[in-house]
Design a protein around this ligand. Structure first.
Ligand code: AMP
Length: 190
């Protein structure tokens, strides 16, 4: 079982690459952002709560996010492995994920991070906002707040995984195929 955390700031290309990698390695792709957006579209209680944070570019509270992630993993008892996209984003989430994997007699094999300069991220997200329909992509202030939130709470997870020799940084600038190849070079060694 291969369990991979696909990491990087907003706009680094995690979702795009996860879509390719899940097919290539037959992994279940869980994007916490996608699950929140699904709940918003379906006007659930979770969706209403999540939206109040997402619209500001802030993280949804840990307890809510962790419970949701656990439920998504439990929906896939026969998975060959998981590709986590947008989770964990805080140390509490990383610890909860380690515990969940432990309960499954499994583990996170690697955090593979897409590295992209901040100004490139802003440009990419503004461009994506023209067609994604995501309110948090349409407003530069919210985009910059999401990146700030990443540096406040999420970036530190590099150290968490580095301490376990599980952190792999990859240049996130290039064509989709080039970046898939860089990520695959890491995943193939696991
Ligand atoms: P994403 O689709 O990964 O860019 O996430 C969009 C938004 O959903 C984020 O800006 C957060 O508000 C929320 N979100 C997604 N994943 C998480 C997470 N792991 N923890 C907290 N909030 C999250």
């Amino acid at each position: 079982m291969k369990n991979i955390v696909l990491f990087g700031p907003p706009g680094a290309g995690k979702g795009t690459q996860a879509d390719v990698l899940k097919e290539k390695y037959q992994l279940v792709h869980i994007s916490t952002g996608d699950v929140f957006r699904f709940n918003i579209r379906n006007a659930t209680e979770l969706g209403t709560l999540a939206k109040s944070y997402m619209d500001k570019g802030h993280l949804v509270p840990d307890e809510v996010t962790i419970n949701m992630l656990n439920a998504e993993v439990e929906k896939n008892p026969d998975a060959n492995g998981f590709i986590f996209d947008g989770f964990p984003r805080t140390k509490a989430q990383a610890k909860a994920l380690a515990q969940l994997m432990d309960e499954k007699k499994s583990q996170i094999n690697a955090m593979v991070a897409l590295e992209v300069d901040d100004e490139v991220l802003v440009e990419r997200l503004l461009e994506r906002g023209k067609s994604s329909g995501r309110p948090d992509d349409a407003n530069e202030e919210v985009i910059r707040e999401r990146i700030a939130e990443y540096y406040r709470k999420t970036d530190i997870l590099k150290e968490f995984y580095q301490a376990q020799d599980k952190y792999f940084g990859v240049d996130g600038v290039g064509s989709i195929d080039e970046i898939t190849e860089r990520l695959s070079n890491v995943i193939d060694t696991l």
